[in-house]
Design a protein around this ligand. Structure first.
Ligand SMILES: Cc1cc2nc3c(=O)[nH]c(=O)nc-3n(C[C@H](O)[C@H](O)[C@H](O)COP(=O)(O)O)c2cc1C
Length: 234
């Protein structure tokens, strides 16, 4: 066992136990609010406040992570040229995916959503948040940055799960703040690290255009599975 890193200090946990009626009301209100979230693929170009996005990123970064490595970076892109470069590269990958990479079953699954290789929202949305997963770290604690010592590699744990949870927090926070977004995966996403100059240990995980829905924005009429189908009690 390595003794390179000291143990954390342990503090009393400030926890407020709520009366059951209050718990019930809060749980219902939260579920009702999240149920209104939809993936949006047409945005207005109005800018969004930077500090609002920062709070949402803070919410995302409060997620649990394997061994507390916090293996994520959230790149907030508002620069017009960068957004254009991302759109161009994403559409190139998506054009190939739709034409060659996706099999018939996949294309059939996407058919009802009416999506295709064109991604104009990558330019019209005022902000793109690109989430990167740290496949490994360059520091023994969670504080690895792009300027850190890249000679040493420190293992991270459950990075897919950790970053997935952080993205869930981010999507919920954006919705709660009054913004719309899309969970976008223009795969393969290696171009995002190159366009945004991220270090080798950071792998693009998700691309979230963020903004306000276009005035004529429509969303597919889908239904969520009822709780009886998704919850099992034993
Ligand atoms: C991991 C993941 C990847 C997704 N990738 C795309 C994508 O590349 N393009 C897209 O238009 N939608 C994408 N979606 C959005 C889904 O199509 C959408 O969440 C689903 O149809 C349900 O609709 P809702 O988000 O409005 O509830 C993705 C969703 C997830 C969770």
């Amino acid at each position: 066992m390595s003794h390179e890193v000291p143990r954390y200090r342990f503090l009393p946990f400030a926890f407020e136990r709520r009366p059951e009626p209050e718990m019930r009301a809060r749980a219902k209100a939260f579920a009702d609010e999240l149920a209104l979230r939809r993936s949006v693929r047409a945005f207005r170009s109005d800018p969004v406040p930077e500090d609002v996005l920062d709070h949402c990123v803070r919410a995302a970064s409060s997620a649990p992570s394997g061994a507390n490595r916090q293996p994520w970076t959230f790149v907030v892109v508002t620069d017009v040229e960068k957004k254009r470069a991302i759109r161009r590269a994403a559409e190139e990958e998506e054009r190939r995916s739709y034409a060659e990479r996706m099999n018939d079953e996949w294309l059939t699954a996407l058919e009802p959503l009416g999506t295709n290789w064109e991604k104009p929202f990558l330019e019209t949305a005022p902000a793109l948040i690109v989430v990167f997963r740290h496949a490994y770290s360059c520091a023994p604690g969670p504080w690895s940055t792009s300027s850190a010592d890249h000679e040493r590699r420190f293992q991270n744990y459950y990075t897919q799960e950790s970053v997935g949870i952080a993205c869930g927090f981010l999507i919920a926070a954006l919705h709660h703040a009054g913004l719309a977004t899309l969970t976008h995966t223009p795969s393969p996403m290696g171009f995002l690290g190159r366009v945004l100059g991220r270090p080798e240990n950071e792998k693009a995980f998700l691309l979230l255009p963020v903004g306000y829905p276009a005035e004529d924005c429509t969303v597919p009429d889908i239904a969520r599975k009822p709780i009886e189908l998704v919850r099992v009690r034993v």
